[in-house]
Write a protein that binds this ligand. Structure first.
Ligand SMILES: [Zn+2]
Length: 220
């Protein structure tokens, strides 16, 4: 078994690295002291990548289906960099057609997922925090189209309307609303997102569950 020997130094180096990482554990210490956890580098601020993005984070105010603010005031849109790579492509394609992106929800901390679940423990409305939502991974985004002045365009329903009218394929909405829903869908799918059949505003990175659930603050 002499041929395994060249791997040995590498294995030892890895063990040392793991030991150092475990010993330093700054995250655990910070949490004990009540300090918010450090933000992982993979979570990036969306407006730095998409300067004309409009942020209307509905869970930072009471203008949402929970009728209660569950994000701190002043929260901003954070997304996984793999999500932002796609969103940047979609924003570019839509800009050429005279539209801007308006986000309603981006990365959502798991602690908030628990809070939402306590208010409304109904799967289909709120994801079970034990499983986590793709929003907790930074790999889902809720959004609509806005015109060049930043005004949201007409869509088949308002954000977070849980009814068949919010489904893709719903044909009884106005012609303008259907056209806007399709323009958004085409741009998002072309950029590499997957639509949610029941929510015209929600888009995921394909295979999103392979990304870990992240614990990070929402304030910049
Ligand atoms: Zn969503």
């Amino acid at each position: 078994m002499m041929w395994t020997m060249p791997n040995e130094p590498r294995r030892i180096a890895r063990a040392v690295t793991l030991l150092v990482t475990a010993t330093c554990a700054p995250l655990a210490a910070a949490r004990d002291a009540g300090t918010p956890p450090a933000r992982p580098d993979v979570l990036q601020r969306a407006s730095l990548r998409i300067p004309d993005l409009i942020e209307d984070l509905r869970y930072a105010a009471d203008d949402n289906f929970l009728h209660r603010a569950v994000y701190p005031k002043g929260s901003v849109c954070w997304l996984h960099r793999d999500t932002l790579d796609r969103l940047e492509r979609a924003a570019k394609a839509l800009r050429a057609k005279g539209y801007r992106l308006l986000v309603y929800d981006c990365y959502r901390p798991r602690s908030v997922q628990w809070e939402m679940w306590k208010i409304l423990p109904r799967p289909g409305y709120v994801a079970d925090p034990r499983k986590g939502s793709n929003h907790n991974r930074g790999t889902a985004v809720d959004l609509t189209l806005a015109d060049e002045n930043g005004r949201a365009v007409e869509m088949p329903t308002p954000f977070d309307t849980f009814s068949p009218a919010a489904h893709h394929g719903y044909a009884k909405a106005s012609k303008a609303a259907i056209a806007h829903r399709e323009i958004l869908r085409e741009a998002m799918e072309a950029a590499g997102f997957r639509k949610n059949r029941m929510e015209w505003w929600h888009y995921d990175v394909p295979g999103a569950t392979r990304y870990p659930i992240l614990d990070a603050p929402l304030l910049p």
